[in-house]
Design a protein. Structure first.
Length: 642
């Protein structure tokens, strides 16, 4: 066996082992070190960078690394193979991010937003809890009244509630005799209603003051978000988010589907989301709230169709093969047991999963529709979810149409040479001075930039176009001298956001013409999808009365800059509204209100999916949108005027 000593930026070290010829990225993954590999180890993204401090590796192509970096010992771990004992250093920018508790201020803001949403929905549709609580005093057992403990409980429930059948799991039945006798046959039950005659006990306790909780999840391709909820009040106690641990197996769903078909790939992907994302987030939430996992009695999950399959451990390969058929969309027809999934909640808890619509329109969109409140108004509204896979819903209380487009990971920093997720060190905002062309950067949580995230790229491209440094094709203007614009040996231009050492950064941070081209294709996919969806129904962008933007990037982008580069149509700014993580909002609603869960079910059932590829004009529309802002400037009359 060969020893690999791993040094992290915070100074922590870890020694792991591999065998001669092993791929370094695979060894790191198998030992729980989440190296970010958007291309899933194909050597094309250049993100899985590590630095060799001692020893040597057998290396294949390092085309994504500059000679200067290679001279300093940096390698792509996916293209490196073990030969001897080595010591490597892994920069933070190469790691899948750890979970982070959001600030109290943000929690308060979201609590108010969720509470208002919950109140509005309940006022229109009513409110029914999933989990009910009952404290009941049973007659103590005697020689004259010597029925079984379960029959005694069932008899009293029939008297007080009218239910004739009381179901419970074996593990609860084992607890029943002790719970009854702990407090003289006074017991508190948490139960769900199965039908008009039957209930199922989910939790029993002798403490009548005990509270029940739930956790709502949004499982995104890039990140996982969750909130802990006190069920009786619906109050959100804490929110938390982390990178999706599956990122080490690819940034997009296609790479992960392919990985799932190889060997034990499906198990690794399923284990990553359960053991490295979901359970650690639950543990963090209950740890901060100082409650036991046994008191989590319900869990709701909203996710895209691929993430739903991988969460459940269902073979996903047919999602990517024509005619693109999921194994299941109506997930409410599946009974999910926490013990079967090894989820860190009460083993009798209810698990509800938002239903999908099609292969590329998932439960995150079904949940998002309820958060966008589209079905409760006659306002013509478009919901645009910006993520690795861009999804759009158009309609109102009379109809819902939806489509999906492959935007790729560019909105989340993927396919950008210095791109990264919106985490520590990411450039999230950019301005360019008119005279000097110097950048003014806004960096997340530090002054030292590691790279740029989606919102920063939108600002940058808009500013480059505004200052005439790039043309409509995204190419640098060779006639406009600028010390920040440099060219390599292949005459590929790049704009330098941060020179090496300028902000204590170890390397240059720059966006190239290739990066800009990748982003233009991503934004073109969003715009052309929306335009095609509207056109298929005889509408135009001007007919839209509201555009609601959701997704991780949604609340951070500058809407004017997004319009200026042609992501969104050029309609009045007041028609735009950011609604944050609509998937988590919908997941929260389905957790606290059974009627909301049914509403999400109904939304998925009534959405009509439009397959863009069947529209002959879609590709022409897409190609026309792959310019800044568009080939038809009549669609963007305010371009350059803002």
């Amino acid at each position: 066996m060969l020893n690999i000593t791993v040094i992290l930026e915070n100074g922590d070290t870890k020694t792991i082992q591999g065998t001669f010829g092993d791929n370094l990225l695979d060894v790191l993954r198998d030992n729980g070190i989440g190296v970010y590999a958007p291309c899933n180890g194909n050597g094309t993204c250049g993100k899985c960078i590590v630095q060799v401090k001692e020893g040597s590796l057998r290396k294949e192509t390092m085309g994504e690394l500059s000679k200067e970096r290679q001279d300093k010992g940096f390698v792509l771990s996916c293209m490196s193979y073990l030969m001897e004992d080595i010591t490597i250093a892994i920069p933070d920018s190469s790691l899948v991010g750890a979970a982070k508790i959001k600030t109290a201020e943000r929690n308060k803001k979201n609590r108010e937003k969720y509470e208002k949403l919950r109140s509005r929905f309940a006022a229109l549709h009513g409110e029914v809890a999933h989990i009910h609580k009952l404290t009941i005093q049973l007659p103590e057992a005697t020689l004259d009244d010597n029925v079984s403990d379960h029959d005694r409980l069932k008899r009293e429930i029939r008297v007080q509630l009218g239910y004739t059948k009381v179901k419970m799991s074996l593990n609860l039945l084992k607890k029943l005799p002790f719970a009854l006798r702990k407090n003289h046959f006074k017991i508190t039950l948490f139960y769900t209603v199965t039908n008009e005659r039957s209930i199922r006990i989910r939790h029993i306790t002798w403490d009548e003051n005990e509270k029940a909780y739930g956790v709502a999840f949004d499982i995104g391709t890039t990140s996982v978000a969750a909130c802990l909820v006190e069920l009786e009040t619906g109050r959100i106690l804490r929110e938390i988010s982390s990178a999706n641990a599956q990122l080490k197996y690819g940034a997009d769903v296609i790479n992960r589907i392919i990985y799932a078909t190889k060997g034990d790939g499906l198990k690794k992907l399923r284990d990553a989301i359960i053991y490295e994302s979901i359970n650690p987030l639950i543990n963090e939430l209950i740890g901060k709230a100082k409650i036991e996992s046994e008191r989590i009695l319900i869990m709701s999950v909203s996710a895209n169709t691929t993430m739903t399959h991988l969460f459940l451990g269902i073979y996903p390969d047919y999602l990517r093969r024509e005619p693109y058929i999921p194994v299941i969309t109506d997930t409410r027809q599946v009974t999910v047991f926490p013990w079967e999934m090894e989820l860190m909640v009460n083993q009798n808890a209810v698990v509800i999963i938002s239903p999908s619509v099609a292969s590329y329109v998932g439960g995150d969109i079904s949940a998002g529709v309820i958060a966008a409140e589209m079905r409760d108004s006659d306002t013509l509204t478009a919901l645009i979810d910006l993520g690795t896979n861009g999804e759009i819903v158009f309609g109102n209380n009379e109809f819902l149409m939806t489509c999906a487009c492959s935007a790729g990971p560019a909105f989340e920093g993927g396919e950008i040479s210095c791109g990264m997720r919106a985490s520590l060190g990411a450039i999230e905002g950019v301005e360019i001075e008119d005279e000097t062309f110097q950048p003014i950067l806004r960096v997340i949580d530090t002054h030292r930039p590691y790279g740029i995230c989606g919102s920063g790229i939108i600002d940058l491209i808009s500013e480059l176009k505004r200052t005439n440094l790039i043309n409509a094709k995204g190419k640098f203007n060779r006639d406009e001298p600028c010390e920040r614009v440099l060219y390599d040996e292949y005459d590929i231009g790049r704009y330098v956001l941060a020179k090496e050492g300028e902000f204590d950064n170890d390397e240059e941070v720059a966006v190239t013409e290739i990066d800009i081209d990748n982003f233009i294709r991503a934004k073109g996919a969003i715009y052309s999808a929306l335009h095609t969806l509207l056109e298929s129904l005889g509408f135009a962008p001007d007919d839209l009365e509201k555009i609601k933007i959701s997704g991780g990037i949604g609340s951070h982008i500058g809407i004017e800059n997004a319009i200026n580069i042609g992501i969104f149509p050029d309609i009045p700014l007041e028609k735009y509204e950011f609604i944050g993580n609509s998937s988590l909002s919908g997941s929260y609603l389905s957790l606290v209100n059974k009627k909301a869960a049914e509403y999400i079910d109904n939304s998925a059932y009534n959405m009509t999916y439009v397959e863009l590829s069947v529209y002959s004009g879609y590709m022409d529309e897409f190609i026309s949108a792959c310019f800044i802002p568009h080939t038809d400037l009549n669609r963007f009359p305010n371009h350059g005027k803002r």
